[in-house]
Design a protein around this ligand. Structure first.
Ligand code: AMP
Length: 419
């Protein structure tokens, strides 16, 4: 009897083959764009104290209420697999005293995140995000820069039918006054609301704007709008962000109903969607969170950031651009004799040390099989190591010549540079 086959857990997947190559290309692209704009790489731990997310993401959010993978360690401490990247980066900012550095501190990451969601196409329980956070400045240019960087990344990745929605949530004080007015509106129309929205009037009234329920949508049409009630300084900040986006020719629509699913946002919020995706159309989003660092025990520090989903960028993106790097030298052996294989292995390491991408047969193939393999890999040069002689083939020129084994690497480098 054979043992039953094990599968990756629901909502997770293996990354391999073309997918792995496409991700590498995306990571390279993201690094070029973000490090070019002054962002430094950060990686935080896969798990954190549960309290970080309860405080940093907000106890009333869907993420904290329903979607976290939380467990206890042997010492009884509650830990959670990170569901998002902003709270951990702010925790690191405080923990490493980064407020003492020159501000703003600009950080980027590409990491996996975990949410216990209903798995479907484009929605997973372990997924990857590329994201960036800029801490220590409330300059609207930083909001505009963040948005422009996401727009550039999506455009360079060939993401189709992109739309950008933009809004402002004002200050925490404005938002809290507004919440009261919105609650009142919802209570007045409670009988027309979906059960879920009605149950959350007190806890999270803003999420009513996200509902698909027809009755709720009707009620929301006449709901007060936060955007109409911004304090003058916040309205000015938002106007500045819009003006800078216009200068950077980033197209957007102002959407006063945009509320993001995290409690920490203040002022600017934005979301990129792609109509090329199905129901899960969100590609990336973010906003300003001027109170978050303080909430996590740090000094008052403004911040703005975003995250975009790797899987969704690839789903809505153009054809993968990166092929596997070409093989410059394939080392074949005339026979499977141990001393020949040892010479070949020596040549392989010498070639790699010289910076060439080199391979040799590791599957016990015949010479004919090795040559077939080399051609399948698209090898430019093939060295055939034989008893007392080595032959170097230039597959492009269609030439071959006998050569001393220790001259192969030099010849390949010369031939390579002559291209
Ligand atoms: P959020 O942190 O919820 O604003 O998510 C930012 C981006 O991450 C979204 O626009 C998606 O592209 C991606 N994302 C969020 N949750 C998931 C998920 N469960 N599976 C795949 N991608 C996700």
């Amino acid at each position: 009897m054979s043992a039953s086959k094990l599968k990756a857990p629901r909502g997770t997947f293996d990354v391999l083959g073309e997918q792995a190559a496409a991700r590498t290309a995306l990571e390279t692209r993201a690094r070029t764009i973000l490090e070019g704009a002054g962002y430094e790489r950060i990686e935080t731990p896969v798990f954190e104290a549960t309290e970080l997310f309860a405080r940093g993401v907000g106890a009333s959010t869907d993420i904290v209420r329903k979607e976290m993978f939380t467990f206890e360690d042997a010492g009884g401490r509650s830990l959670t697999l990170r569901p998002e990247g902003t709270a951990p980066v702010c925790r690191a900012y405080v923990e490493h005293g980064m407020h003492k550095r020159r501000q703003p501190v600009k950080l980027w990451y590409l990491s996996s995140f975990f949410r216990h969601e209903r798995a479907q196409a484009g929605r997973y329980r372990q997924f990857w995000q590329v994201g960036a956070e800029a801490l220590g400045s409330e300059d609207p240019a930083l909001d505009a820069e963040s948005i422009a960087l996401v727009a550039r990344l999506l455009s360079e990745m060939g993401v189709r039918e992109v739309r950008l929605r933009l809004s402002s949530l004002g200050s925490l004080a404005t938002r809290s006054d507004y919440r009261e007015r919105l609650k009142e509106h919802l209570r007045t129309h409670a009988q027309s609301l979906s059960e879920e929205v009605r149950a959350r009037i007190e806890l999270n009234p803003l999420r009513a704007f996200d509902s698909d329920h027809p009755g709720t949508r009707e009620v929301m049409r006449s709901a007060p709008r936060l955007l109409d009630q911004l304090a003058p300084a916040d309205a000015e900040h938002f106007a500045e962000v819009r003006a800078l986006l216009d200068i950077a020719t980033v197209a957007y629509e102002v959407d006063p109903t945009l509320v993001r699913g995290l409690d920490y946002y203040t002022r600017t919020v934005f979301e990129f969607t792609s109509d090329a995706l199905g129901a899960q159309s969100g590609v990336g989003g973010g906003g300003r969170y001027d109170g978050l660092v303080e909430e996590l025990g740090g000094p008052p520090t403004p911040g703005v950031g975003w995250a975009a989903g790797i899987e969704r960028i690839l789903l809505a993106g153009g054809p993968p651009t990166a092929a596997t790097p070409p093989v410059e030298l394939f080392v074949a052996v005339e026979s499977s004799e141990a001393s020949l294989r040892a010479t070949a292995f020596g040549l392989l390491s010498e070639a790699r040390s010289a910076g060439l991408s080199a391979q040799m047969d590791l599957g016990g193939r015949t010479l004919k099989g090795q040559l077939g393999h080399a051609s399948a890999l698209g090898a430019r040069f093939i060295a055939i190591v034989g008893e007392g002689h080595t032959v170097l083939k230039d597959t492009e020129a269609g030439e071959q010549e006998p050569i001393a084994t220790d001259a192969v690497v030099h010849a390949v480098l010369r031939g390579h540079h002559a291209l």
